[in-house]
Design a binder for this molecule. Structure first.
Ligand SMILES: [Zn+2]
Length: 441
């Protein structure tokens, strides 16, 4: 049977001068409304112990628009402003559910500039998109086709730090069952030498251009550091750094998309390890490799694509000793420093470290899936930060497994971070900053 899913299609577009001005104004108003509503909600709670909800902030917005000093809010479309209040509501819901920290103010310089339009605020007809308060359609580069007959339910316009404009259209798409015929199962180990190692023996390396990109970034950043604060040349240099960052991000995302799509198409069951990226990044020597590998990004892609194609994504507990276990006889090695790339078990098997780990991850995942614990929507489990595998009682395991993992990576760094990282929730907080809703890419 075919499946209907919500899917975002993102394109670049080139606004006219008037459109760019209108959008910049809208972004500013969105940010202002969000921040004012956040302040109002914080005050309502701290001063009067009231929980202001969406409706209350919506009423506030109506009031603000009537005042003289905020009358300019009427100049932009009201829908993005309402949507900003809804986003704030989501941020609070996540905070109350302990999935995220307290909502923070949007910054003019650091926050993403974006505005969200719902059906009443745009018109999509004959391949032309017109936004509210704009007469001309957006000049979109249709780099790939929308699904046949698609009508977007939400349109998000954004501008990145490199000054590029994007429009993202949320559409319904039909996934045909035949489009992903693979029935295999695979264990995936996040490596450092190679980006990923599969239980099939395949090693996926980091893209070759990465080193060049990194040098280019270092040069651009050195150049920026030499420029005088507030000068025009500094602004130019900053834009250059942003462009290099954007390029690195684009290339990485592209690589991970191709990889995740392929793996999801080929396999019915995918098993990954629940790595605590944030904790590992604190180790300086590994920081670059891990954050560059974009493990978190990759996992998110696997999660939603597995969901689209009806695949099982099993997440193995982060304390599972995947590297130290012999995949042939099941013996547990005493220690396994990170620089050990291959080792010989007592049973005589010579192991490639990463391949052995990938095989163990697969075996563990399949046994979990067989008892039924692993087969559940992984989007949910990753949000709560819990893995599919049952964790032992925290009191018994919190200290010990950490030291095991510490051996794997770097003892001193990990003992220092033990207190914070023992919390099961710490894994997912970076993900929480992502706005709820369909994946944008
Ligand atoms: Zn063995």
């Amino acid at each position: 049977m075919s499946r209907t899913v919500k899917r975002a299609f993102k394109y670049r577009f080139y606004p006219s001068t008037e459109q760019a001005a209108e959008l910049a104004r809208t972004f500013g108003c969105v940010r202002l409304v969000y921040n004012m509503a956040l302040r109002a909600r914080t005050e309502a709670w701290t001063l009067r112990q009231e929980r202001a909800n969406y409706n209350a902030t919506s009423a506030l917005l109506t009031g603000w628009k009537k005042t003289e000093e905020l009358a300019f809010l009427n100049e932009v479309s009201c829908v993005p402003l309402q949507q900003a209040l809804r986003h704030l509501q989501t941020a609070f819901t996540n905070f109350w559910a302990k999935r995220a920290g307290y909502p923070s103010f949007k910054s003019r310089k650091r926050s993403r500039r974006s505005a969200e339009y719902t059906t009443s605020a745009f018109r999509f007809r004959d391949g032309q998109l017109r936004l509210a308060k704009m007469s001309a359609p957006l000049d979109i580069v249709w780099s790939r086709p929308l699904p046949a007959g698609a009508s977007p339910s939400t349109v998000t316009v954004s501008q990145d730090a490199a000054g590029r404009w994007f429009v993202s259209l949320l559409c319904e798409d039909v996934i045909e069952p035949g489009s992903a015929p693979g029935m295999g199962s695979v264990g995936i180990d996040a490596g450092l030498d190679s980006l990923l190692t599969l239980s099939t023996g395949e090693k996926i390396v980091n893209p070759r251009h990465e080193r060049v990109d990194r040098q280019r970034l270092a040069r651009a950043q050195r150049n920026l550091a030499r420029k005088e604060k507030g000068s025009a040349n500094r602004a130019k240099a900053r834009l250059k750094v942003a462009r290099v960052h954007a390029r690195i991000g684009d290339r990485r995302r592209d690589h991970l998309h191709k990889l995740s799509t392929r793996l999801v198409r080929e396999n019915q069951t995918l098993v990954i390890e629940d790595l605590t990226v944030r904790n590992m990044v604190q180790n300086r020597s590994l920081a670059r490799a891990i954050s560059d590998a974009g493990w978190r990004q990759f996992r998110t892609m696997l999660e939603y694509k597995a969901d689209w194609y009806g695949r099982n994504l099993v997440v193995v507990d982060r304390w599972f000793p995947s590297s130290k276990l012999c995949s042939t006889c099941g013996a547990l090695a005493d220690r396994m420093p990170l620089n050990t790339r291959s080792w010989t078990c007592r049973c005589g098997t010579v192991h490639d470290r990463d391949l052995n780990a990938a095989r163990n991850i697969l075996a563990e995942g399949l046994s979990v899936a067989a008892c039924g614990a692993g087969v559940r929507p992984q989007r949910e489990s990753s949000r709560t930060g819990r893995s599919a595998v049952k964790q032992e009682t925290p009191g018994a395991t919190q200290g010990i497994p950490f030291l095991q993992r510490g051996e794997d990576v770097n003892c001193t760094m990990f003992t220092m971070t033990m207190a914070t990282s023992a919390s099961p929730r710490s894994a997912s907080s970076s993900e929480m900053r992502r706005p709820a809703g369909a994946p944008a890419r």
